[in-house]
Write a protein that binds this ligand. Sequence first.
Ligand SMILES: Cc1cc2nc3c(=O)[nH]c(=O)nc-3n(C[C@H](O)[C@H](O)[C@H](O)COP(=O)(O)OP(=O)(O)OC[C@H]3O[C@@H](n4cnc5c(N)ncnc54)[C@H](O)[C@@H]3O)c2cc1C
Length: 418
Amino acid sequence: MDGFGPDEAGVGGIAEEKYRALAYDTALSTLLAVALYVLVKVSLDGFRQWRARVSVLVVGSGPVGLTAALVAVRSGKVLKLTVLDERYRTAMLCRPQQIALDPRSVKFLLGLGVDFDNMEGCWHNEHFFTRIGVFQEYLLSILEQNKHKVDVKVQLGTKFTEEYLQRIPRSKWPRVIVVADGSCGDSCSVLGISSDYTVESCHAYGANATIERLDQRQVPTPEIRAHSLYFDLSAYGMEALRENRNTTVKPGFHLKIYGTFRNRCMALVCPASDTKTVRFLRQTPNSSIMKNIFHQSFNAYKTDIEPRLSDVTLHQMQCSRRLFEIQLSHRRISAAFIEGDNVAVIVEGEAARVLNFDTGFGVNLGMRGLESVGAFIYQTATAVDQNDILEALSAKMQHSRQLAETFKRTGLAESMYD
Ligand SMILES: Cc1cc2nc3c(=O)[nH]c(=O)nc-3n(C[C@H](O)[C@H](O)[C@H](O)COP(=O)(O)OP(=O)(O)OC[C@H]3O[C@@H](n4cnc5c(N)ncnc54)[C@H](O)[C@@H]3O)c2cc1C
C-alpha cells in the first residue's frame, strides 16, 4: 500500500494551509471590493436622489391646482414651479361658492403646512368651511412665501395653449405637468391626451338648487343635513306619503343646505329605487314640483337667523326641473407620458373626475387625488430611466381608478347620507 511519509505529509499540509490563506485573502478582498462598490453606489445613488430636482408646471389655479403646487413645493424635489391660470387674480378669487373640507382633507392640508387658524372660515363637526377664493388666496400666499426654496412663478391671466408651450424652448420644458383646469378645461387635448370619460352611475337620484340673495352676508357658514325626508305630493295627484311611510325598505330623501347666506345651495338625494315618488319626480314635466319641494325644505331646515323664502323671494331660487340619476365621469387616461419630450402628465381635480351633481363636497375628491402626487413627483425626479417614470404613471392611474371606485361605493354616503 502506497502512503505519504511524514515529510511529504508536512509539505502537503503547508501547501494546503497556504492555499487556504490565499483563498481566504482572495475572498476577503473580493468581499471588501463588493462592499466598497455597494457603498460607493449607494452613496452615489443617494447623492443623485438627494440632488434630483424636476421642473413642474401646474395648469389651473383652482383649489386643486394650488394645492398640487403646494405638494410640489413640499416634495423637496422641485427646482422650478410654474402655476398658470387663464383668469386674472380678481376673477379667480371672487368666486362665490364655499368649500367644505372634510377631516381627511384637513389632515392632508395640515401636513402641507396649511394653518387653518390664519384662514377666514369656520369649523363644524371637524369640517372646515371657507370661501373658495379665501382658500385660493391663502395658498397663493404660501407659495409666495416659498419662493426662497423653489423658483416659483405664478402666471395669472395666462391660458395654457399650444402656443404657450411652443414659446418655451424644448430644453426648458417641464418634466411634470399637472393638469388641474377644472371640468371645462381643454388642456389635455393641447397635450394630445384623450378626452374619453367613463361615466358610471352612483346608484342614486338627486337634484340641486341655488339661492342668490345679495342682501345677505357672505361669511363661511356650516352646512345643515337632514335625513329621511318624505314629500306629500298628493296635491299633484300622487299618494306618495302613504307609500313611503308604510314601509321601512323604501328610503327617504337626504337634504343638505350649504354655502353662505348670500349664495345658498341645496342638494337633495335618495338612493336609487323604483318607488312611485321617485318615478314621479324623475319623469314629471312640471318643474314647479321640484321648486316647491326645495322651497318647503329650505324653510323647514334653514337656520333660524336667515330669512325664509317667500312667494315674493322665490324667484331668487334656481333648481333642477326634476330628479336625475347621479353619475360620476372619470377620465380614462388620467396620466400620460409624452415620449420624445420626456414629459410626464397627470390630471387632477375636476379635470380628472366630476359628478353631474353638486354635493357641496366636491373639492374633497380632488384632494384625495393629490394624496399620491408627492410620491409621484419624488419617483419622477429620481427616476433612473423611462421605465421608472412609466411605473410612477401607472401607479398614479391606478390610484385614480381606485378613487372613482371608492367614491361610487361610499362617496354619497360620506357627503350626503351620514
Ligand atoms: C355652484 C357650485 C357650488 C359648489 N359648492 C361647493 C361646496 O359647497 N363645497 C365644495 O367642496 N365644493 C363645491 N363646489 C365644487 C368646487 O367648486 C369644485 O370641486 C372645485 O372648484 C374644483 O376644483 P378644481 O381646482 O379641480 O377646478 P376649478 O376650481 O374649476 O379650477 C380650474 C381652474 O383652471 C383654470 N383654467 C381652465 N382652463 C385653463 C387653461 N387652459 N389655462 C389656464 N387655466 C385654465 C380655470 O380658470 C380655473 O381657475 C361647488 C361648485 C359649484 C359650481
